[in-house]
Design a protein around this ligand. Structure first.
Ligand code: DGL
Length: 277
């Protein structure tokens, strides 16, 4: 299998629908790239599961994408990026880009007072993925982390500006506000959807970091450095695969990406993997 080919797609996986926030950024920075997306909607959420389960799922997700001849994999899910990246890199030859290092680097670029907040799922926060990376890159920073698990269902429900969302955001974020942070990493695929509410609660002095944007820039730099940018003259073609509920995925995805998505297919991951391997 040759994944070092310019016209091959970029593979993106997430536990479900949230990784579309990363796809949106990739489309903005790299409109000519073809994308193959896998959303594990049958097994979402990953953020409340054990590390070993998330690693097992992530290996299967990556294998599915590799079978589609992707030239690079973006682990859009912050939870999977937190616990599975090293294993994936050891196991597979294809380049793999996660959310944590790009998000941490961008936050370090932006902070002026070296006080950084991180919000994410229970798994991302309990693994201290961002704080370990931030402190590895700069041991002068102070990092304050907070799990905000209810943000995921609120975003899925489309309650992006709802008063319940504002109330919950105030509750979750009040302790971070007291820490005088000037930068807050949105360390979960879904949180950029709640950017307005989170920004309102945190106030103007706090810069919000979207790890998806940071990762898209890293992907572009990587592909350019390796001469793997797609030089097609037309816009890329995207394929979406999900493990359950393609109709719901289509509805939310079309609303979110602002265009019709004819290429959404439900697959049985076990079947796909046993057939190929
Ligand atoms: N995609 C997950 C993340 O970014 C959020 C949803 C889940 O818990 O699976 O951490």
């Amino acid at each position: 299998m040759n994944f070092m080919n310019k016209s091959n797609p970029i593979g993106v996986f997430d536990s479900g629908i949230g990784g579309l926030t990363v796809v949106k950024q990739l489309k903005q920075f790299l409109p000519k790239e073809n994308i193959v997306y896998f959303g594990d909607t049958a097994r979402v959420p990953y953020g409340t599961k054990s590390n070993s389960t998330v690693i097992e799922y992530a290996i299967q997700d990556a294998r599915f994408l590799i079978n589609k001849n992707v030239k690079l994999i973006v682990v859009a899910c912050n939870t999977a990026s937190s616990v599975a990246l090293d294993v994936l890199r050891e196991k597979f030859g294809v380049p793999i880009i996660g959310m944590i290092t790009p998000g941490a680097n961008l936050a370090l670029e932006k902070t002026k007072n070296n006080r950084i907040g991180v919000i994410g799922t229970e798994a991302t926060i309990s693994n201290a993925a961002y704080s370990k990376e931030l402190l590895k890159l700069n041991d002068k920073v102070k990092v304050y982390e907070k799990a905000c698990p209810l943000f995921v269902p609120l975003a899925e429900e489309g309650w992006l500006e709802h008063k319940a969302t504002k109330l919950i955001a105030k509750e979750y974020l009040s302790e971070l506000k007291e820490k005088n942070i000037d930068t807050l990493i949105l360390g979960c695929t879904h949180y950029p959807l709640l950017k307005n509410v989170i920004g309102e609660v945190m106030g103007e002095g706090v810069e919000l970091i979207d790890s998806g944007t940071a990762a898209a820039i890293v992907v572009e730099d990587y592909l350019r450095a390796k001469s793997l940018l797609n030089d097609s003259s037309v816009e890329g073609n995207d394929l979406f695969f999900v493990s359950d509920m393609p109709g719901k995925f289509k509805f939310i995805a079309e609303r979110f990406l602002g265009k019709k998505l004819p290429n959404i297919r439900k697959i049985d991951l076990d079947e796909e993997l046993s057939f190929k391997n």
